[in-house]
Design a binder for this molecule. Sequence first.
Ligand SMILES: Cc1cc2nc3c(=O)[nH]c(=O)nc-3n(C[C@H](O)[C@H](O)[C@H](O)COP(=O)(O)OP(=O)(O)OC[C@H]3O[C@@H](n4cnc5c(N)ncnc54)[C@H](O)[C@@H]3O)c2cc1C
Length: 323
Amino acid sequence: MSSELSLLAVKTLSWDEFAAALAPLLSPETRLRREEPLATKTTMRVGGAARVYAEPASIADLQTLLRAAVQRSVKVLLLGRGSNLIVPDEGVDGLVIGLAHDVWAAFEPRSDGRVWVGAGLRLKNLCGLAAKAGLTGFEFLEGIPGNVGGALRMNAGAMGGWIFDVVEEMQLMTFAGEVKTLGKSALHVDYRHCAELHDAIALGAVLRPAAHADAEAINRQIDVYRRKRHESQPREPSAGCVFKNPPGLSAGRLIDECGLKGEHVGDAEVSGVHANFIINRGQATGADVLELVRRVRTRVRQVRGVELEPEVLLYGKNWRDVL
Ligand SMILES: Cc1cc2nc3c(=O)[nH]c(=O)nc-3n(C[C@H](O)[C@H](O)[C@H](O)COP(=O)(O)OP(=O)(O)OC[C@H]3O[C@@H](n4cnc5c(N)ncnc54)[C@H](O)[C@@H]3O)c2cc1C
């Protein structure tokens, strides 16, 4: 066996051992899998597998997973709805944790007028449940295809609002397994970023609705936003906006002005509808998307002298290592 092959065999064995050691410590409701494909868990639909993947069914199981990962120096990555990620073709060397179990998807209005939302709740369901409960202020989240955890990590926003505009408290678990509740003034958030969630897991948040209104009026507003999105965004698989808007500029307009709409590498293509979206025409690979990101950045730098920074995340890696 070549030394490269034997190294691979040792690594495979140690991932098998890691998963085998974890399994008996977890409740039967918690899902645990080896080499779980991630492409179908993302909106871009590219990339490889998670060496180990878990969907914990309780706080205790989540703590068990984290403890085991820390003990073996295994990297931990959170997965929401996978709508802001490019997964590399080689997959992810780590433990990927998805809060996909129902236990994380709470929507609980409180007697003080606020509402607790779990990290696993889809933003679409948040909007629908809030409308049903007659609570306004969350309509801008309609159409962002993530869940609450991913939206908190990314400080997701649309139509002039950010999720942290409506957050009053956030509950998180550190990678050491400690649960903490932080008030808004203790949080460091800015454009597509929440510093407290770099090395922690969002468990949920307490949101403050703007007001009460009847469900029909709220749904009408949601429809307005939905239509706006349908007119301005591609329908094909994508990871949303690829680049952050440079201060005072629109990344989409810069890319369009460089004549890049329709530019493609394999089945990865700069959308003709919105130039800041890269779409997957069907068979794109992670490598195709990365190459197209490089190409777009280079052209915008050469033509307009602007350095675009990715907004989408390269799962398990740093963009600066591949760009
Ligand atoms: C068609 C389309 C339209 C979009 N429109 C918008 C838009 O208008 N505005 C906008 O802001 N974004 C938009 N996005 C991007 C994306 O939907 C948002 O960034 C969303 O908030 C990501 O949520 P997610 O659950 O999919 O997170 P993921 O993509 O799964 O993860 C994103 C990051 O959050 C981390 N994460 C996930 N869950 C947790 C958790 N519980 N605790 C800690 N970290 C966690 C992940 O590790 C990763 O680092 C769009 C995407 C698409 C495909």
